[in-house]
Ligand binder design. Structure first.
Ligand SMILES: [Zn+2]
Ligand SMILES: [Zn+2]
Length: 361
């Protein structure tokens, strides 16, 4: 469980919450089928997916003879008269929206044994419907249809025509059809996007920081390598030198034999190379191409750097110097103990001498 999994877990929790909330607000359309005998004595059938199940209605089928309230078409009041008071034959109450709550209308019909309640919308609202809330009147199929459809059935019934209705479940519709949910989803989408962007910005900033740190580290190593290069012995090859007299002796970087007058650098491991060949190599790699000896470690340049960070007792650093064929080990921490004669011959490199002068203050 790393730090990276935490935002993903939060995102998952958020999305599962979103799905759960969406499921709560899914609504169902209802198929409404009516059949009646018309004036030509023919059975006419009409069908539309124009109903909308109420929020508290069971989503199931229902059928019966459509019945209007005898008095108030809105079916309000304690005892609206439907002209029926039994469940057989099954009947469906058709009431107009308004005057009282959906729950009151639905309960009034339910008391008299209706199989379902169909509420049609107010005048002038065309085919539009709303998602009825009737928490006080559940367990009976309750749908809403548009005013146009409702009024058409009312006209048939008022003309003395019996209308049979079958209600069945249509399609489930998600919250994306609801304006508030559109707002909610937009905001949720914005939050998720912003969180993702913030996360990627953080990751990129972290990567940039690491890159700049490694660049700084590389620069530091380069400057240390420069310091170390200044401390290396540089010789000009003369006639009679071992390197010029043998053909087998060559620079391992350019694979060329040494000639009289070549300027060479002697590394701390005693391997020699052309000065112009080895310096770029050391700046990049800081090790001998032949034996991998680390010149920073051998010259104690790294230790010098560590010393500047801590005030602890300085490490016992030694530098190997070469004069002719003789090797000397000189402790840097105690320049006073140097043999003056030996110190005089310690460097034959001008840069090296300057460095030494600076070191002595
Ligand atoms: Zn070379
Ligand atoms: Zn070497």
């Amino acid at each position: 469980m790393g730090e990276k999994t935490q935002p993903r877990l939060l995102l998952l929790l958020f999305l599962s919450g979103l799905v759960h909330c969406s499921a709560t607000f899914v609504f169902w359309t209802a198929n409404v089928e009516i059949s009646f005998v018309n004036s030509y004595n023919e059975t006419e059938e009409k069908y539309c997916e124009c109903g909308l199940y109420g929020r508290n209605s069971p989503v199931r089928s229902a059928s019966g003879i459509v019945t209007l309230p005898v008095g108030d078409p809105k079916g309000c009041g304690p005892d609206p008269v439907y002209g029926r008071n039994t469940t057989s034959p099954p009947w469906i109450a058709l009431v107009k929206r308004g005057n009282c709550t959906f729950g009151e209308k639905i309960n009034a019909a339910k008391r008299l044994g209706a199989a379902a309640v169909v509420v049609y919308n107010v005048d002038g609202s065309g085919n539009s419907t709303t998602h009825m809330a009737h928490s006080d009147a559940g367990d009976i199929v309750a749908i809403m249809i548009g005013n146009t459809q409702g009024m058409e059935i009312v006209r048939l019934l008022k003309n003395g025509i019996d209308v049979q209705m079958i209600i069945s479940e249509g399609m489930a519709h998600g919250p994306w059809m609801d304006t508030y949910w559109l707002y909610f989803l937009s905001i949720a989408f914005f939050i998720v996007t912003a969180a993702s962007i913030a996360y990627f910005v953080f990751i990129s900033a972290n990567r940039l920081y690491n890159m700049s740190r490694s660049k700084r580290n590389e620069n530091r190593l380069k400057s240390e390598a420069k310091k170390a290069i200044k401390r290396l012995q540089v010789r000009t090859l003369n006639r009679g030198d071992e390197e010029t007299s043998s053909d087998s002796s060559m620079c391992a970087v350019c694979i060329e034999s040494y000639k009289v007058g070549d300027v060479v650098t002697v590394l701390t491991c005693d391997h020699i190379f052309h000065k112009t060949c080895i310096e770029p190599w050391l700046l990049e790699r800081r090790t001998c191409p032949m034996c991998k000896c680390d010149i920073l470690k051998a010259l104690g340049v790294e230790d010098d750097r560590k010393e500047s960070f801590s005030a602890e007792s300085p490490p016992d650093v030694t530098v190997i110097t070469v004069t002719g064929d003789t090797l000397y080990e000189v402790p840097l921490t105690d320049p006073g103990s140097l043999d003056p004669e030996r110190q005089q011959h310690r460097y034959d490199n001008r840069a090296f001498e300057e460095d030494s002068e600076a070191a002595r203050g």
